[in-house]
Design a protein around this ligand. Structure first.
Ligand SMILES: O=C(O)CCC(=O)C(=O)O
Length: 322
């Protein structure tokens, strides 16, 4: 697996913004292939013609089942993205969610140009229709805004150019991952204190974003359909409903032909983890490891710190992870 080192500037940017744009991750040929796969998956799960539903699919989100769509497995194991996610989160990760997101133009599908004008024009409609701000991973509702921590990273692969605003790219409230309270918004539903940002993505770019950063699906007011594939990773101890993991993990027999890192990402046994640790270690040679990966790598986790009130020095003890 080819290793992508995370630069200090990338780490700093991700830490301060909550998201990070990566240019040219996929080649033109890779994009063609992924787009063809995504188109085929969308066609396969399209609402039956004649039901009327097909006319209300301006925003289509298809959750991917890896057992059913093994053609997407190489995307889950995409080396550049996986090595950066491992460095930003931990080598102890797996696939948490996967989806194809297509957005048709709102204009002419959901509303006529005249209706948009009557509602105050493009900007007003964009703001009203792009106000579903939330945090990911289903953790905030349990631990609260002040208790939530970085535990998942999604990789959004752009399959169409999303360089102009209002073209359907996910919108982020920059820096809002550090908020320990609900996102303050104005009457129009837009952030009052955080800059709303739609990263200008070209086809083949990837945007990484973490679970805490407030984001919203945004409406597509351009002429062209927007296409993305979203792959989400989380710590391996996160999963939620059994059905959720059945959706993203293929049956065991399908794992045997895959490399160890991809096996781990798809729910394989723990032995693959050292491979991902070495991947991170190689990528950060001369740089800094995350605290989590440094601890895993040393094969012992520090559980206690011995302190002697009579002496100024203290010592730590580690033990093998059970
Ligand atoms: O539709 C979008 O662009 C946003 C998707 C989203 O909110 C998510 O993946 O959590």
């Amino acid at each position: 697996m080819e290793i992508a080192p995370l630069s200090a500037a990338q780490r700093q940017s991700f830490d301060s913004d909550g998201f990070l744009l990566l240019h040219d991750v996929l080649s033109e040929a890779d994009c063609d292939q992924l787009e063809a796969m995504a188109d085929a998956a969308m066609d396969r799960h399209a609402p039956p013609a004649g039901t009327g539903l097909e006319n209300h699919q301006t925003q289509r989100q298809l959750r991917l089942t890896m057992g059913d769509h093994p053609e997407f497995i190489p995307v889950v194991g995409q080396p550049h993205v996986v090595s950066l996610v491992a460095q930003l989160l931990s080598p102890n990760i797996h696939l948490h969610t996967a989806a194809v997101l297509y957005k048709n133009s709102y204009i002419g599908n959901d509303a006529s140009a005249e209706e948009i004008a009557n509602r105050g024009g493009h900007q007003a409609v964009f703001e009203a229709e792009s106000a579903g701000w939330h945090r990911d991973a289903g953790i905030t509702e349990d631990v609260g805004h002040a208790g939530v921590f970085r535990c998942g990273i999604k990789a959004c692969y752009a399959l169409t150019d999303l360089t102009s605003p209002m073209a359907g790219m996910t919108m982020f409230a920059k820096g809002s991952h550090l908020l320990d309270s609900p996102l303050p918004v104005r009457k129009n539903g837009q952030p009052a204190e955080h800059e709303p940002v739609q990263p200008a993505m070209r086809r083949g770019d990837v945007c990484l974003f973490e679970n805490r950063v407030f984001h919203t699906g945004s409406v597509n007011l351009s002429d062209a359909m927007s296409k993305c594939v979203m792959i989400g990773y989380s710590y391996r101890w996160m999963g939620g409903h059994r059905s959720n993991m059945e959706l993203v993990w293929p049956p065991y027999p399908m794992l045997s032909s895959l490399d160890p890192v991809t096996q781990q990402l798809l729910g394989g046994h723990g032995e693959a983890q050292p491979d991902l640790v070495s991947l991170v270690r190689g990528a950060t040679e001369g740089g800094r490891l995350t605290a989590a990966s440094a601890q895993t790598e040393s094969a012992g986790f520090v559980w206690t710190t011995e302190v002697d009130p009579d002496e100024s020095s203290s010592s730590s003890s580690s033990s093998a992870r059970l």
